[in-house]
Design a protein around this ligand. Structure first.
Ligand code: TYM
Length: 331
């Protein structure tokens, strides 16, 4: 039995990128690995590394919890919880801060990108965020961490921190491995296909949110940037827009790029986009109808309460061990 864990930040409504790169993969893994234990959480402490409106944040947390289930996770072997309700995340996060080097944090691309843009008012929590992410994973002895490509650098750091702690204080943490989907690990913005699709995208047209009105989402697909080659062909360097749409298509149908190319041979982009818009529309309709069942249900709160109980039990056991090894406190 292995523990498989991942988290998502409630900084907005999850995007099609979050779905295809992460959530859909979570569901697939859960179906394939019946003997494993799945821990998924809402990373709300990570959300406040950038300013948030409290009312919106509270809503986003609840929405994300419901969306985890709406995307098809089974309740069977699932521990679903809210990060801030398990205090040990912050405790181990602080321990990880004492272990990580400034140079390692300075090399993290998410921080480097923000700094390069000369954004002012960057919080220190944004800088130390990967230490908290390492804690999220190590607290539960997670063996596998399914994530999109952008999180792999954080995962590598987590592995280094686990090994550093184990070497200094004897075996304590499982060294985790990242699991990235073959197709869909990096869905790009529909308007700027050289940029990752992101919740905080300035241009709403480039990003599909899972709770977008279905017709609006379809419109976003139909107005996605392509090129004037009029040839459905996978070539990221020369046809980044079309290649991104093909990736989305492939994730939703399991067709290979070659099969998609053959299907639309000599047909231009109109029919391809129309079909893709319908596929996305159908997927969102399914998710949104389940979302509506969960969002105001008692069941959602019960699942989160249960998840908090189970996660807290394991986390507190782990923290006792960690403090003991560090020589912290009296025991
Ligand atoms: P977050 O909230 O930015 O993204 C959640 C998940 O979605 C993936 N993802 C994408 N995949 C494909 N294409 C995209 N355009 C795209 N955008 C996002 C991300 O890779 C991620 O898997 N730091 C994490 C949250 C976190 C976490 C953790 C994850 C906190 N603690 C512990 C795993 C384990 C984050 O900000 O993800």
């Amino acid at each position: 039995m292995s523990i498989i864990l991942s988290g998502i930040k409630p900084t907005g409504v999850p995007t099609l990128g979050n779905y295809l790169g992460a959530l859909k993969n979570f569901v697939k893994l859960q179906n394939e690995r019946k003997d494993d234990d799945f821990f998924f959480f809402i990373a709300d402490m990570h959300a406040i590394t950038v300013p948030q409106d409290p009312q919106t944040l509270r809503k986003n947390i609840k929405n994300l919890a419901a969306l985890y289930l709406a995307c098809g996770l089974s309740k069977e072997n699932l521990t679903l919880f809210i990060q801030s309700e398990v205090k040990e995340h912050l405790e181990l996060g602080y321990v990880m801060q004492s272990l990580v080097y400034m140079g390692e944090l300075e090399r993290m691309t998410q921080y480097k990108d923000k700094k390069a843009k000369n954004e002012t008012g960057l919080s220190s929590a944004l800088f130390t965020y990967p230490a908290l992410m390492a804690a999220d994973i190590l607290l539960y002895d997670a063996k596998y961490v399914p994530v999109g490509e952008d999180q792999m650098q954080h995962l590598e750091l987590t592995r280094n921190l686990a090994e550093r702690f184990n070497n200094r204080f004897s075996d304590t943490f499982v060294v985790p491995e990242g699991l990235v989907t073959k197709v869909g690990a990096r869905i790009m913005d529909l308007q700027i296909p050289t940029k990752k699709m992101d919740k905080s995208s300035e241009n709403g047209k480039g990003c599909i949110f899972l709770l977008d009105e279905v017709n609006l989402a379809k419109k976003k697909i139909k107005s996605a940037v392509t090129d004037n080659l009029a040839h459905v062909h996978y070539d990221v360097a020369n046809q980044p827009g079309v290649s991104n749409l093909m990736t989305i298509y492939s994730c939703l149908t399991n067709l290979s790029f070659k099969e998609i190319e053959d299907k639309y041979e000599g047909k231009g982009y109109g029919e391809f986009k129309e079909d893709l818009a319908n596929l996305v529309g159908e997927e969102l309709t399914k998710i949104q109808s389940k979302f509506n069942e969960y969002i105001n249900s008692k069941e959602l709160d019960e699942i989160l309460d249960e998840g908090c109980k189970k996660a807290s039990y394991l986390a507190s056991k782990k923290m006792k061990k960690v403090y003991h090894k560090l020589g912290i406190g009296r025991n």
